[in-house]
Structure formats: C-alpha cells, structure tokens
Write a protein that binds this ligand. Sequence first.
Ligand code: 5AD
Ligand code: SF4
Length: 424
Amino acid sequence: MNVYDSTRMRDALAVHGYQETSVPSKADVILVNTCHIREKASEKLFSELGRLAREKKKNALVVVAGCVVQADGVEILRRSKLIDIAVGPQNYHLLPELILKYQRKNGRVIRADFPAESKFDYLPIPQKSGASAFLAVQEGCDHFCSYCVVPYTRGCEFSRPMKEIVSEAKALVKAGAKEIMLLGQNVNGWHGDKGKDLGDVIREVAKIRGLKRIRYTTSYPSETTKNLILAHADTPKLMPYIHLPIQSGSNRVLKAMNRQYTVEEYEKVVAAFRKVRPDIAISSDFIVGFPGETEADFEETLKLVERVGYASSFSFKFSARPGTPASLMKNQIPEEIKTKRLMRLQALLLKQQRAFNEATIGKVFEVLLTEKGKGRGQLLGYSPYLQGTVVKAPVSILGEIVRVKVVGASATSLTAELVKQKNG
Ligand code: 5AD
Ligand code: SF4
C-alpha cells in the first residue's frame, strides 16, 4: 500500500511539474513515506533522515508521509528539525498545496486529519506505470485486531466504487500495465457497490483488453466469499495465489488477538480455494510471541504450518504498538523467547518455500518480466505463483510476458530459460 501511495504522490506532484529522481542529492523535494505497523518500521524513519541530512541539497524540502505521521506527527516534528512537511495517508493528495503553503509561510506544515472527502476524488489519472501496477480498491480496517495500529492510522474501512476502480485500471493499462495488484488492508471486505464483492471487481477488471494478470492482497480469512473463490475457477487472468494471513495456529491466541475465526474455519477456507484451484499458492502472515503465547500455543502454529503447506510467508515477532490493547496486556513474552520461536517458525516456512519452488522445476509457464536482474543479461520476472524468476533474456523484452521453463530453484527464487513463444 505504501508503494502505491508513493506512486500516487509522485503523480500528484507531476501535475505541478515535478519529476521523479531516486538520487536524493538532486532532489528539490524529498519524500519519505513511512510505515507504523511494527516498531522496526517506524524507527527506520530516523535512520533515513540521518542519511538524508548528509546527502540532500541545502534548500531541499523534506516531506514525511504515511502512518508514522498519522500516529506521531507532532512528536516526529519535535524529534527531527529536518522535517518541513508532515502529511498523513489520507491527505497526500494535498501535497502540492502543502508545499506552496510551506513556501509562502516558510514554516513547517502538518496535515494528519481524516477528511470527509476521499483523496481518490482529487488524485490525477495515472499517466505512468510499470508492467506490474498497484491499484487501491479498499482502505482502512474495522477489525481492530488487538495488536494492530491500522484501524487507527488508516481509519475505518472505505471501498472505492467499481466504476472508479475500472477507470483507474484502464488508465494503468493504457500507461503500460500488464498486471494489476488490487490492494486493500482488508481487500476481500470490499463493498464499494451494493450487492457486489471482490469477485465481481475482479471479473469486471478482467474485461479490460491488454490486461493480462490480476492479483489481490491482503485478505481477511473469514471475509472470503464463495464468489471470490469461484473467480479463481472462472477468471483465467486471476493468478493462482492467495495471501491469507492466519497470524497464529492457536485458537486461544487468535481469540486474544481478536481475530474473528478459528483455526478450523481458516483451514476450511484454504480447502475451498484448493478445491477450485488445486495448484493455488497459499501465503500467510504470522506473529510469534503474542502476549501470553505458551510453548504449546506456538507448537500449534508449527502444526498448522505443517498441515497447510505454504508457498511463501511473512513472519514477525510481536511488537507492542502504543495505543493498542495488546501493548497493555500482561504476560508479555521475553525478547529471547520471541527470537527463538521466530527462528524455528522461519526455518519451517523456508523449508516449505524451497519445496514449493523445487516442485516447479521442469514446468513451463508464463513469467511477467518486470525488472533487470542482478547479473548481466538477466531479467527478473514473476511466475503465476509469484515466485521471483531469473531469466536470461534481452532487455528488449522487459515488460513482456514470456513462456519459460524452470531449470533451477532455491528457497527464494527460480531460474528459468526462455522457450519458444506461442504465436500471438
Ligand atoms: N506486531 C507484529 N506484527 C504485526 N503485524 C501487524 N501488527 C503487528 C504487531 N503489532 C503483522 C501482521 C499483519 C502484517 C501486515 O503485519 O502479521 O498481517
Ligand atoms: Fe490490522 Fe489486518 Fe487486523 Fe485490520 S485485519 S486490524 S489491518 S491485522
């Protein structure tokens, strides 16, 4: 979502004549977009600001955007004199105006309210896109998991209407996108048009000529509808991949987390996806060391992972976030125990990821080549199952979808060779 927001801020500034550069020393305006989800993510802001202080032009404006501003705006301005403008995630469409305001007053500006009108109504139509593009269809969250800051930083759930999504998707395809990743903190809770759900959005977007692939993230397990599951069977452009965070394999911990499903219900949802699309890749998020998590609870998580079999995953140590109920819970778990549990869980998840990747050796599938690889003459692309795939290929086909044969696999990526392309 932050990558999406950054591109939208770039688009909003482009209208006013700004051009993107990745070299801080050249920039007139430096934008630092921040994440507040875990402590480590927020702390990055200050190390980044330290680096920028040394590299930036003397008069360059420093803008800090994102959820850290929403949560701690005044505090970060106090902590770093380098920041000129601070803007929360619901106000970034105002960035050009805030820059003008700063220049007029020559004073620091902060904007972090929840405006009544949607920022999406003010953002320009995207003119620029890579081969793979993000598109926010839903934002915010009403779930209030006891550990999570999102409902406070991004606000309550808001779904964009179907018409608006389709028109942004068309603009992205016109600008060069072949793949669109539909985004939302709770994407399968999309309710932008009465009586419709995310499955309908996917089918509608799939009608766009020139668009080849559709993905979506992140889904909340118990908000999965039959219609969405069926979309995996009837919409060939929808990629066989579902990110379905469970967080913990213990029902006791799930309850304390205020997750609104049980392990058994979660596994039923996984089975339903696999029924319509047996090859679907399943991924998840996990938190270890939630307050009160016992060794037995943690073992339940390992068992769940063994039963489901994940293609990829993200796993984290519980991070006590200010203002969340879980940060105040007794029985906080010592850091060493969290570290040990995370290492055990990640070892298992990585083993599964390697097995999943190795099972694709010898297969032929299509890869969307999105960027240059690290080695000379290499391009990096993504398989239908979102495996990073290194292909020896000329730069001239960057941005294309090509047929490849997988010849090697590691835990983190595939290597593949181009095979004769199908006509058309
Ligand atoms: N501590 C650790 N992990 C967290 N996540 C969200 N909040 C926290 C927290 N306080 C993780 C969850 C979520 C992912 C985006 O970040 O696993 O799914
Ligand atoms: Fe946070 Fe996701 Fe829970 Fe919403 S559903 S509160 S975004 S972890």
